[in-house]
Write a protein that binds this ligand. Structure first.
Ligand SMILES: *[C@@H]1O[C@H](CO)[C@@H](O)[C@H](O)[C@H]1NC(C)=O
Ligand SMILES: *[C@@H]1O[C@H](CO)[C@@H](O)[C@H](O)[C@H]1NC(C)=O
Ligand SMILES: *[C@@H]1O[C@H](CO)[C@@H](O)[C@H](O)[C@H]1NC(C)=O
Ligand SMILES: *[C@@H]1O[C@H](CO)[C@@H](O)[C@H](O)[C@H]1NC(C)=O
Length: 618
């Protein structure tokens, strides 16, 4: 079940395999633990787990952890190999056992470190199940005494415990490093990067914002994170953290985790600059299982109503105009419109951290992007550690690459608002830039272009080509853009309205080519010319890509299994200072400029922090 290393092994075997199509890809094959869950959720087929389940349910809640511990020892489940074997036999039994253990370590023993160790193991296993499937198999607590909500709640508690939160000062527990591996000196670099020159980074005072250490740097802003534990509508929107984290929209979960574990988090809404509204709707809608009638082809009304409910009930939402201090993450091409169709009425001024600056083809009726350039932040898609490392290992040395250009994907017409898609179905229409590229298959020997092959062949193309095309698809953003850097390929954007993330912080044109979509023939000549005449310039682009890619990484946090993988696999060879040079830090820096030091509050010398402060009566 462990994902570590699987990518590379599969890649290698694919080299020798006969021609296959996308449906043959291993990610579409049914996994055997799924079958066990569907046909025997109670694990009655196992002489160990069947009786354990019955005994567990008969045991009083407060005694269950002891039973779990006893069996864990008896069955040798400190051994990772054995845990893996058992996860294939009775996933929910194993997750229940680990849950009780992690919960006890956090809330009774009070050891965040030990609890995280237990949670991390469970995260890997529970993450294999869609939250609805998990709840169904657990029979709402009747079959196994766990739920997706209880796992999510524990996850949040661990992340919060990795740093302080708001006023509370030295009593507040704080670890040396937070869940993302940053300690106080690192935060100095994050917060001081944006401050006006010369402005001192004030140490934390007796009121201790977000940190117990007296010398810790003051955060550039403070975020209050809405808590699904206390808001039922939000609980439905932010379900399945472990399941939703590894996919390409996983920054919805990752940024939630980041703000929970950030010293900039405050639990005191009066001192907050921002209010973060967590939700995993790109993941839940893309899997089409959770919200009735929603599968990315239409605006989703059930989630829209949930967002409205969250805001209607919020004591903070009405304090400022149009939700301008509220933060939302929108992970997919649906933008804000798909999950929150009425956002323009509710939060027209909110700050969106989003992947998509443009339009989603399936939404014909939506002709205005939900991205607003002067208030929103474009963020990268999420690659797994395994993706980043496997691509890096497969990457051929740049000078040995023989393929000029690579693209694998389906043809796509432009959005309805640009022209009638029926009139732009093939390469006679320059705006169907993918068709134009695919036509090169017959005319340009130096190109590797194709449709309908397994992901793995696509990986191989990325790692052996000089240039990789990133043409517009169903919308503008694509995780293939971020893969190219880790594969050592120079990205060529054919995507006129795409905005590359973090151009405010890094020199994007040093590492990327962006060419007008309708000018592919000239592009082919340009690239051929560069490859033959200007190897030096090409190498410069390639080298600059190595710098840029680390800003596009969302490294896992401490509560995830892949945190271990990150350490073991020496990710620091790919990105040396990955903990302070990554997508979270970039987002944090860009957000700091939107908070300012005085925006949205009153102030005078000696004033306490807070929006509702009253001037002192003298
Ligand atoms: C863990 O279990 C596997 C398989 O049962 C066994 O081969 C291995 O020796 C065990 N490792 C340790 C450290 O006990
Ligand atoms: C390409 O599309 C155009 C416009 O839709 C159509 O007239 C033409 O027949 C198509 N060509 C091919 C080869 O399908
Ligand atoms: C990461 O690896 C180093 C050296 O191999 C080790 O000392 C450290 O404890 C590891 N950290 C984690 C979180 O596993
Ligand atoms: C990467 O981390 C390991 C410990 O986990 C350390 O020994 C090594 O020096 C680091 N490498 C770089 C390039 O920072």
């Amino acid at each position: 079940m462990r994902r570590a290393g699987a990518g590379l092994a599969l890649l290698t075997s694919a080299l020798a395999a006969p021609k296959k199509t996308l449906q043959d890809d291993p990610v579409f094959q049914k996994k055997n633990y799924q079958e066990n869950i569907e046909t025997d959720a109670e694990c009655n087929r196992s002489p160990l787990w069947g009786p354990f389940r019955v005994q567990l349910l008969q045991t009083a809640e407060e005694m269950r952890v002891e039973l779990a511990y006893e069996k864990m020892m008896e069955w040798g489940l400190e051994n990772v190999t054995k845990v893996d074997e058992q996860s294939k036999i009775c996933l929910l039994g194993l997750v229940s056992m680990q849950y009780y253990f992690a919960h006890m370590l956090l809330f009774e023993v009070g050891s965040v470190e030990a609890a995280v160790d237990a949670f991390r193991m469970m995260d890997e296993h529970s993450g294999a199940l869609h939250p609805d499937l998990l709840d169904k198999a657990a029979g709402a607590g009747e079959i196994w005494p766990i739920s997706a909500d209880s796992l999510d709640s524990l996850r949040r508690a661990l992340l919060r415990a990795s740093s302080g939160g708001g006023t509370g000062g030295p009593d507040r527990r704080r670890r040396f490093k937070n869940a993302f591996g940053l300690h106080d000196e690192d935060w100095h670099q994050v917060w001081s990067a944006w401050r006006p020159t010369g402005a001192p980074v004030a140490p934390v005072g007796p009121r201790g914002l977000g940190a117990a250490r007296p010398t810790a740097p003051t955060p550039g802003f403070r975020v209050f994170v809405y808590d699904p534990d206390t808001i039922p509508a939000l609980r439905k929107l932010a379900r399945g953290g472990s399941f939703c984290k590894p996919n390409q929209w996983g920054m919805e979960v990752a940024l939630h985790d980041w703000f929970l574990a950030c010293p900039c988090r405050t639990d005191n809404p009066e001192e907050a600059d921002f209010f973060f509204v967590p939700h995993y709707t790109s993941c839940l809608i893309n899997h089409a299982d959770t919200f009735a009638g929603c599968d990315t082809k239409q605006l989703c009304m059930p989630t829209t109503e949930l967002f409205e409910e969250v805001l209607r009930e919020s004591p903070y939402y009405r304090r400022v105009d149009g939700g301008r201090n509220h933060l939302f993450v929108w992970g997919s091409g649906m933008g804000a419109d798909g999950p929150f169709a009425s956002w323009r009425q509710w939060v027209p001024n909110a700050i969106f951290l989003m992947t998509e600056p443009e339009l989603w083809n399936p939404y014909k009726e939506v002709v205005l992007p939900s991205y607003t350039p002067h208030k929103d932040i474009i963020v990268p898609g999420r690659l797994t550690v395994d993706d980043m490392i496997s691509l890096g290992k497969m990457a051929k040395p740049f000078t040995e690459r023989t393929v000029l250009g690579h693209f694998i994907g389906w043809p796509r017409p432009p959005h309805f608002s640009v022209m009638d898609p029926q009139l732009c179905q093939n390469s006679s229409c320059p705006l169907n830039v993918r068709s134009v590229l695919l036509d090169l298959k017959d005319t340009e020997e130096s190109m590797h272009v194709d449709v309908d092959v397994p992901y793995l062949e696509s990986f191989l193309g990325l790692t052996s080509s000089l240039f990789c095309f990133v043409p517009r698809g169903k919308s503008a953003w694509s995780s293939r853009f971020f893969q190219t850097f880790f594969a050592g390929c120079i990205p060529v954007l054919l995507n006129d309205r795409y905005e590359v993330p973090f151009g405010e912080l890094v020199d994007v044109p040093k590492a990327v080519i962006k060419w007008p979509m309708t000018e592919v023939p000239a592009l082919v000549e340009y690239l051929k010319h560069m490859a033959m005449e200007d190897a030096e310039r090409m190498l410069e682009l390639h080298e600059a890509g190595k710098e840029l890619r680390c800003w596009y990484a969302w490294p896992p946090s401490w509560v995830e299994w892949s945190w271990l993988e990150l350490n073991k696999s020496k990710f620091n060879r790919t990105c040396e200072d990955w903990h302070i040079r990554n997508a979270y830090v970039a987002v944090t820096r860009l957000l700091a400029t939107k908070a300012g030091t005085g925006r949205g509050r009153f102030y005078w010398p000696g004033a306490p922090p807070g929006d509702l402060q009253r001037p002192p009566a003298i």
